[in-house]
Design a protein around this ligand. Structure first.
Ligand SMILES: *[C@@H]1O[C@H](CO)[C@@H](O)[C@H](O)[C@H]1NC(C)=O
Ligand SMILES: *[C@@H]1O[C@H](CO)[C@@H](O)[C@H](O)[C@H]1NC(C)=O
Ligand SMILES: *[C@@H]1O[C@H](CO)[C@@H](O)[C@H](O)[C@H]1NC(C)=O
Ligand SMILES: *[C@@H]1O[C@H](CO)[C@@H](O)[C@H](O)[C@H]1NC(C)=O
Ligand SMILES: *[C@@H]1O[C@H](CO)[C@@H](O)[C@H](O)[C@H]1NC(C)=O
Length: 330
């Protein structure tokens, strides 16, 4: 499922562009400038960096944001085909809060340890690139990191358990990679809200029951090999808006589930081994806009009332013995 950017993402950009005021025009810290020129030369002075010239102030260069004192706080490279790897020199921008490499198909290599030096980094987006290798455990040393987006790359290996120690992390998106292995037992321990998107990987095993106490706004585990119980991701009173467990091997009794009634918008459970029946309590979910339980082992009458009658038969097809509108009468 694609969806709107997360709240933290939006807040970040608000913060970002409001601090990118003319106050920094004409400014440039000389150490930051030196690091940026190293980055330019690591990319063989590609045309993308044409505005990065030694005789101009680095806060005026394209793709750079500075604070009022002329320190570089944002570097965002996107939408180009220059080749290269993520340069170690990014680690020499100590005030950096936001780092983006997006839609760079010829960006290869691994995520360099130099990134762990960025003590102020809050936002890291490396997406739609050919970056490969592991999701590095050293990312957990970034104490300010709130938003981590490594989606649409060629990353492999397991999700490092150390990520559970990153104290500020609330949003993780590593969808569309080649991750394998289990979920780390503890993630988002102290987050007041959490976003987890891991769709289209080869992850497996059971979801740790400790995830039952995480305040997920979004959890997307679709198109992996997860199995076992996931009922604890649901629950009355939770803030969840989207729960997508589709195309896995989850096997649990849906009868036992109580749906978060306040903010829930999307529930996608299609292609699993879920049994039992659809609880009547689903009719209390006032905002439900997407509900798909097709290709499971459900049985019994589809609850009437609430919003379930908005969904067509394709949302209920291929179960053991579900019946009632929009399927044939019981
Ligand atoms: C991560 O990046 C991808 C690709 O740009 C985007 O579609 C997705 O919404 C982002 N995830 C989050 C949680 O913001
Ligand atoms: C860049 O400019 C500085 C002075 O502003 C000068 O010392 C340095 O040699 C220049 N570097 C290059 C590569 O031209
Ligand atoms: C992704 O990684 C695999 C090895 O894991 C490699 O064979 C493949 O060429 C890589 N693809 C891209 C687009 O980098
Ligand atoms: C979570 O909070 C507890 C108590 O406030 C604290 O002891 C612990 O170190 C925190 N854990 C993380 C990962 O920040
Ligand atoms: C529900 O899932 C089934 C199986 O993947 C799919 O054919 C159907 O189009 C889905 N319905 C909606 C509304 O997405």
């Amino acid at each position: 499922m694609t969806s709107a950017p997360t709240l933290s993402f939006l807040l970040f950009f608000f913060f970002f562009f409001s601090s990118c005021s003319p106050a920094s025009a004409g400014l440039c810290n000389k150490y930051d400038k030196k690091a940026l020129l190293k980055i330019k030369s690591a990319f063989n002075n590609a045309y993308h960096f044409a505005s990065w010239t030694n005789d101009s102030a680095c806060c005026d260069w394209y793709n750079i944001d500075c604070d009022a004192r002329g320190r570089v706080i944002g570097l965002s490279l996107f939408q180009d085909d220059f080749p290269g790897t993520i340069p170690d020199a990014v680690g020499d921008l100590p005030f950096l809060q936001s780092l983006t490499f997006h839609h760079l198909p010829n960006l290869v290599g691994t995520i360099p340890p130099a990134i762990a030096r960025l003590a102020n980094l809050r936002f890291l987006d490396i997406s739609w690139t050919s970056v490969s290798g592991p999701v590095p455990a050293f990312l957990a040393r970034l104490r300010a990191l709130d938003y981590l987006n490594l989606s649409f790359n060629n990353l492999s290996g397991t999700i490092p358990a150390a990520l559970g120690d990153a104290p500020s992390l609330t949003s993780i998106d590593i969808s569309r990679n080649k991750l394998t292995g289990p979920l780390p037992p503890a993630l988002f321990r102290n987050a007041s809200e959490a976003y987890l998107r891991l769709s289209h990987n080869g992850l497996s095993g059971e979801v740790p029951p400790s995830y039952g106490s995480v305040r997920f706004i979004q959890v997307d585990l679709s198109r992996n090999q997860f199995e076992g119980d996931a009922t604890f991701l649901f629950g009355r009173g939770k803030p969840a808006q989207q729960i997508d467990l589709s195309r896995n091997k989850f096997e649990f009794d849906l009868t036992r589930v109580e749906f978060p009634e306040a903010d829930l918008i999307l529930v996608d459970l299609n292609h699993n081994k879920i049994y039992g029946n659809i609880p009547q309590q689903i009719s209390e979910v006032g905002n439900l806009q997407f509900f798909n339980v097709s290709y499971n082992r459900l049985c019994g009458k589809i609850p009437a009332g609430g919003r379930l009658n908005r969904f067509d038969e394709y949302c209920f097809l291929h179960n053991k013995c579900l019946c009632g509108a929009p399927l044939p009468a019981c």
